[in-house]
Design a protein around this ligand. Structure first.
Ligand SMILES: Cc1cc2nc3c(=O)[nH]c(=O)nc-3n(C[C@H](O)[C@H](O)[C@H](O)COP(=O)(O)OP(=O)(O)OC[C@H]3O[C@@H](n4cnc5c(N)ncnc54)[C@H](O)[C@@H]3O)c2cc1C
Length: 361
């Protein structure tokens, strides 16, 4: 089968990318290895309100709770950041992924389920994508890898590896957390070494509780300490439990000839939060613009396009990540005490931005 473009991976970023390519009038095949699109809810799915607006997906039917701020804890102190309007939404992630893919199909993309890409070979100035189904072989001028953390496309083309990861665990608990309209964030090296733990309200009696750490061997001990801190018992676990990894910084290269990487496959994730839905989607839209330019002028400038638009933001997140998550507990407590005196929570209420660190424009 012949297409202008093949997008490998039908989750949120693959869906957003395929939609933008199809909208520009190009034929696009969207390949998914499973029989259903999406990440099967392996995500907290807390997404900023402004970020959701910017990616142009009809996310409203997938919202499970509205978030009006955060309570941020060091081992000994805490402060609250409040907003009058919802600053973020917790989503039904599987429903959101399916919405992204449905929007791509509505725009004209052809979805092929049960079609895992297993090899990518050069062919006549383009590419052949071979899949796990022997009868399904795809030819195209451009291939986009939206196939997540363990990207087959990145491996096939020997893209440079990720520099840093965190390992995460999360489950949903029967937990009436207070306040019910804010997320709790825990910075504590004894719980989440090198990153943080969280509790995100889903409804009045349910919360997504999890942590991510730069030290995978400490994950289980951290989980037990977090549950103890929140006075949660195993019997309160409702399910939706998973372990997964998050890449923390973009690969050094995300384009080789006319093969592009987007989303987690590219490492387009905020290293302060592990959030990759908004930037993955925005970079997918940049990829579609670059592909359109390629068909019109022969120049494929995806790498420079997305870096010009967003690399500074990724670097700001990395700078903050480096400064905050490496502090020992005593340093975290000192920083929190100082932050409260210096009115940092108020500044965050006014100027903080979940995606770009500081509001701009
Ligand atoms: C614990 C945890 C919490 C998180 N919380 C948040 C959050 O609150 N907010 C946020 O913005 N982000 C969050 N993230 C990050 C977010 O989940 C990812 O950034 C996002 O899923 C990236 O989307 P993607 O489409 O690039 O990749 P994925 O969602 O991983 O999708 C990859 C798709 O490719 C398919 N695929 C893989 N290999 C192949 C193949 N060979 N052929 C065909 N198909 C293939 C997969 O089946 C899947 O459908 C979290 C991540 C974790 C682990």
């Amino acid at each position: 089968m012949k297409f202008d473009c093949v997008v490998v991976g039908a989750s949120c970023v693959g869906g957003m990318t395929a939609k933008a390519i199809a909208k520009a009038g190009r034929s696009v095949a969207l390949l998914e290895e499973h029989s259903v699109p999406g990440k099967f809810n392996k995500c907290t799915a807390l997404v900023s309100a402004t970020g959701l607006k910017s990616i142009g997906v009809n996310y409203r039917p997938t919202v499970v709770s509205k978030i009006y701020g955060a309570v941020v804890h060091s081992p000994a102190f805490s402060f609250t950041v409040r907003r009058k309007e919802p600053v973020a939404y917790a989503l039904d992630r599987q429903a959101f992924d399916e919405a992204c893919v449905n929007e791509a199909v509505d725009a004209g993309a052809q979805l092929f389920l049960g079609s895992g890409a297993r090899a990518i070979e050069k062919n006549n100035g383009g590419w052949i994508v071979k899949t796990t189904s022997k009868s399904k072989i795809f030819r195209s001028k451009v291939v986009v890898g939206a196939d997540g953390l363990s990207s087959t496309v990145a491996r096939a083309l020997a893209f440079p590896p990720f520099r840093r990861f965190v390992s995460a665990w999360e489950a949903e608990y029967s937990f009436a957390q207070e306040p019910a309209d804010k997320v709790h964030v825990f910075l504590d090296q004894a719980i989440a070494k090198g990153f943080f733990a969280w509790s995100v309200p889903v409804d009045e009696n349910t919360a997504r509780v999890g942590l991510a750490t730069a030290s995978p061997s400490s994950l289980n001990a951290g989980k037990q300490r977090l549950l103890k801190k929140l006075s949660l018992r195993e019997g309160q676990k409702k399910g939706r439990e998973f372990n997964y990894s998050i890449p923390l910084f973009p690969r050094a290269q995300t384009q080789k000839e006319s093969v592009l990487l987007v989303g987690d496959a590219a490492g387009q994730v905020k290293s302060t939060t592990g959030g990759g839905i908004v930037f993955g989607g925005l970079c997918g839209i940049q990829a579609a613009g670059a592909i359109e330019n390629y068909f019109a002028s022969g120049v494929l400038d995806y790498e420079s396009r997305w870096r010009k638009a967003y690399e500074k933001a990724f670097k700001m997140h990395w700078l903050l990540h480096d400064r905050v998550f490496s502090l020992p507990n005593a340093g975290l407590d000192f920083a929190f005490a100082f932050a409260k005196l210096a009115c940092v929570p108020l500044a965050l209420e006014k100027f903080g931005d979940m995606d770009f660190v500081f509001k701009h424009g």
